[in-house]
Design a protein around this ligand. Structure first.
Ligand code: NOJ
Length: 458
């Protein structure tokens, strides 16, 4: 296939860079920002790589002008970012931190100036710690707290931001309450399911609030007006051996517990029978009250799909790679499977099977730890030759194009991410950037993948 360029995609397509507040902003205790759960979790021994914190990250708080300019220079026309709730409302409710609001004003003005369409997420995993002290997502009041914050943000920025998402990857909340691997580090399946349910209620409540401010959903997505959606990651689980019943059962249950536990309530109005059975059998049924699913199932304007890979499951996990691997290389050096068709499969899966009936944005795609060493070329210029990342991005973009050609309504694609940033528990040990930088962002080194994207977007 001849190399694709952006001209092979629909008119008006958004090509963007995705980020999140806690992973890039730094300035964790500056200008009145309140602590959020990752500030605390990262300080708990053993929770993050070398105990690294998001205190400094990419220092976007101070360096956003040059970082936004970089996006522009590489040819991107949109920027997906998130607001730090605790920067705006240090206690999670009530008191406003005007300096935090002013920061976002400056950032958004700069984006608009550069022609980068703002795509904002209200919640990307950084719950104000004050709210965690009040039970966090386990408190049914969460929906009210989140709606208070969201309404404030809508009133501030509603008119200049065309794309709003309530939550990014709700499963992170499950991981934080059921598995303990993410902040706040609680560890009970029942907590995970309860937290998820309260998250879904908060999503519905915020969409309702949005409609009361900006009017009912319109038949067509119109980026000259504010629109609202949610971002869910789909890592579809496949059985390693499709003819092995145990492998199939594991994969099926994982799909139920993960993306379907969000898509079914949001787009179809309830949990699936399989998930209800799982929750009943495992004593982790959340507190579901009459009217909950009506609240959760609000019409959305768009759906954000984060897509990185598929997952292969087996009753004999040590045999997965030997079952799935084929000569010629479907594994990358970072140990992950190279399966770019995941994006095509996920797009068909969500739209055909799980009720997604609105335009889709690929809100994240990218990969980590390719060839990340800095090398100096003959002219004394520093570069990173990340050929694996180029192969990955190219593969996903090709399968994305195929899905669009076959009729899936996709309106944009965002690379995760511009810079190597704070990768949660993996912190600095997982590099996802098109541009190399260390915490503090004292120096940027272009990777070949940045130049690949620049050429693609020319
Ligand atoms: C998903 C998350 O939204 C983002 O925060 C994370 O850094 C990337 N994927 C990469 O793992």
């Amino acid at each position: 296939m001849a190399d694709l360029t952006r001209h092979d995609f629909p008119e008006g397509f958004k090509w963007g860079i995705a980020t999140s507040a806690a992973q890039i902003e730094g300035a964790a205790f500056e200008d009145g920002k309140g602590a959020e759960i990752w500030d605390i979790f990262a300080r708990t021994p053993g929770k993050t790589f070398r105990g690294e914190t998001p205190d400094v990250a990419c220092d976007y708080y101070h360096k956003y002008p040059e970082q936004l300019r970089m996006m522009k220079e590489l040819g991107f026309n949109s920027h997906r970012f998130s607001f730090s709730w605790a920067r705006v409302m240090p206690d999670g409710t009530g008191r406003i931190n005007q300096k935090g609001v002013d920061f976002y004003k400056r950032v958004i003005d700069e984006m608009l100036e550069l022609g980068l369409t703002p795509n904002a997420t209200l919640y990307h995993w950084d719950l104000p710690q004050e709210l965690e002290y009040r039970g966090g997502f386990l408190n049914r009041d969460f929906a009210g707290w989140f709606t208070e914050y969201a309404e404030f943000m809508f009133r501030q920025f509603g008119d200049v931001i065309p794309l709003w998402a309530t939550f990014n990857e709700p499963i992170a909340t499950y991981v934080g309450y059921a598995l303990g691997a993410f902040a706040p580090g609680r560890k009970l399946e029942k907590y995970g399911r309860e937290a998820n349910h309260n998250l879904l209620l908060a999503h519905g409540s915020v969409v309702k609030c949005f409609r009361s401010l900006f009017g009912e959903k319109r038949p067509e997505l119109d980026l000259s007006r504010p629109n609202i959606g949610i971002v869910v990651d789909v890592w579809h689980h496949h059985p390693a051996r499709p003819d092995d019943e145990r492998d199939c059962a594991i994969a099926e249950l994982e799909n139920e517990k993960a993306y379907r536990s969000y898509l079914n309530p949001i787009f179809k109005g309830g949990y699936t029978g399989a998930l209800l059975k799982y929750m009943a059998d495992n004593d982790c049924m959340p507190d579901i009250r009459p009217g909950d699913f009506e609240l959760i199932r609000q019409p959305l304007d768009f759906f954000g799909l984060n897509c990185y890979n598929r997952v292969v499951d087996s009753a004999e996990p040590q045999k997965i790679r030997e079952t799935v691997e084929f000569a010629g290389g479907n594994y990358m050096d970072n140990g992950a499977e190279f399966y770019p068709k995941a994006i095509y499969d996920a797009l068909f899966n969500v739209t055909k099977n799980w009720g997604v009936n609105v335009p889709v944005f690929i809100t994240e795609n990218g990969t980590y730890n390719c060839e990340e060493a800095i090398v100096t070329d003959a002219g004394g210029r520093e570069r990173v030759h990340d050929v694996t990342r180029i192969r990955y991005l190219k593969g996903f973009i090709e399968w994305l194009k195929k899905a669009i050609d076959e009729g899936i309504d996709v309106r944009g694609y965002y690379v995760w991410s511009l810079l190597d940033n704070y990768e949660w528990p993996a912190a600095s040990s997982m590099r996802f950037g098109l541009v190399h930088c260390d915490f503090g962002a004292e120096k940027y080194v272009l990777k070949d993948s940045a130049l690949f994207m620049q050429k693609f977007l020319e």
